[in-house]
Ligand binder design. Structure first.
Ligand SMILES: Nc1ncnc2c1ncn2[C@@H]1O[C@H](COP(=O)(O)OP(=O)(O)O)[C@@H](O)[C@H]1O
Ligand SMILES: [Mg+2]
Length: 344
């Protein structure tokens, strides 16, 4: 079981890092802790929030809203962006609109584009597709300027679904390209010479569009399934439900060949505090409960645990606390960790 420092050494090229898990378990806190750690080593790190509701501003205690990348004050090289969902969705809708209109014009179909655009842009997956597309931008283009990109993604299944979408898109796009090619070749056979085919294809805006979209998804997928460059960290609390969510997640990413970085266990009660004289039954019971769940976690996911973060007396806000999270992620080992690991 690699600890976080070991993992960082073993996988130095880990460039795209994701945090996933149930809502409220500490995904944003963990993402920030990792970003802080890599930056402390002298790197330039982009921390990108792709959530409908952002929390980077309140976490760092500074204004990071507005959809622009900004340096995080008080860190050596952390840059952060809170990607605006409405803005991304709007832009994506415009580009789809342009495509549909262009296609109808090119194909000489005298139909109103509106209903087509409505269907394409009001289905429930549209927002997710738009955000996925934005993430791909960071991976393939804007991320160039950074040593690492840490994506803080929306709660529960969202993150994995986003990536799963790329597989479905790939299949869909391939099918579209195929049928487009068939239609074209029929047209060419009827009215053109065969050697005009390439020229015809170039003139078909939908075909060109589909091919470039497909290339883009292929490139993104290549990155997302590469264990050298990509790692998905799952955050959990020592509690039943969040552990079940992580277990389910790990099964899902496995199906898509998405590489796991590790499991981060957050809000661990310190034994010395829980069993301190005068701590009372409440904390002692809570500690026993956590121990029970830690056994379950070890049984199911033990080899994947890379980090523990203790439960702090207050919520995590401001640079000093992010620095503390970062340090604890690298070094905190609760008392039970070694005995559980050795099977005692
Ligand atoms: N180890 C911890 N100790 C105390 N408070 C924590 C700890 N980890 C997270 N929190 C607090 O819990 C809340 C949820 O954390 P957050 O990272 O925003 O969760 P998520 O991104 O998974 O929804 C925040 O208010 C955060 O400050
Ligand atoms: Mg969050």
């Amino acid at each position: 079981m690699p600890t976080m420092p070991q993992l960082m050494k073993e996988r130095p090229k880990l460039r795209y890092i994701f945090t996933g898990g149930k809502g409220g378990v500490g995904k944003t806190v963990s993402a920030a802790g990792l970003a802080y750690q890599y930056a402390a080593n002298g790197e330039k790190v982009l921390l990108a929030s792709l959530n409908p509701v952002h929390s980077l501003s309140s976490l760092f205690g500074q204004d990071l809203a507005g959809g622009k990348v900004r340096p995080v004050e008080g860190t050596k090289g952390v840059y952060a962006v809170e990607v605006e969902t409405t803005e991304v969705v709007q832009k994506y809708r415009e580009s789809i609109k342009g495509r549909v209109k262009e296609f109808l014009k090119w194909a000489d179909i005298p139909l109103d584009a509106k209903p087509f655009i409505e269907i394409a842009t009001t289905n429930p997956a549209f927002e997710e597709s738009a955000m996925f597309d934005r993430m791909v931008d960071y991976i393939l283009k804007e991320g160039e300027a950074y040593d690492r990109i840490i994506f803080d993604t929306a709660a529960v299944a969202n993150a994995v679904r986003l990536i799963g979408l790329s597989k479905i898109y790939g299949l869909w796009l391939n099918r579209m390209i195929e049928s487009r090619r068939e239609a074209l070749s029929l047209r060419v056979q009827l009215s053109f010479r065969k050697d005009k085919m390439t020229e015809e294809v170039k003139k078909d805006p939908l075909m060109a569009d589909l091919i470039s979209m497909n290339e883009r998804f292929d490139k993104a997928k290549e990155v997302l399934v590469d264990p050298e460059r990509t790692g998905f960290f799952f955050v959990t609390l020592p509690l039943g439900l969040p552990i079940a969510v992580v277990r389910r997640f790990i099964g899902m990413v496995g199906k898509f060949n998405i590489p796991v970085g590790g499991v981060i266990v957050n809000e661990v009660l310190r034994q010395e505090i829980a069993q301190m004289a005068g701590a009372g039954d409440y904390l002692a019971n809570k500690y026993q409960e956590q121990l029970g769940y830690m056994k379950v976690l070890y049984r199911d996911l033990g080899p994947l645990v890379t980090s523990y973060i203790p439960l702090y007396p207050s919520e995590v806000t401001g640079i000093d606390m992010v620095a503390r999270v970062s340090e604890d992620m690298m070094s905190y080992a609760p008392a039970f960790a070694s005995s559980l690991a050795s099977g005692a």
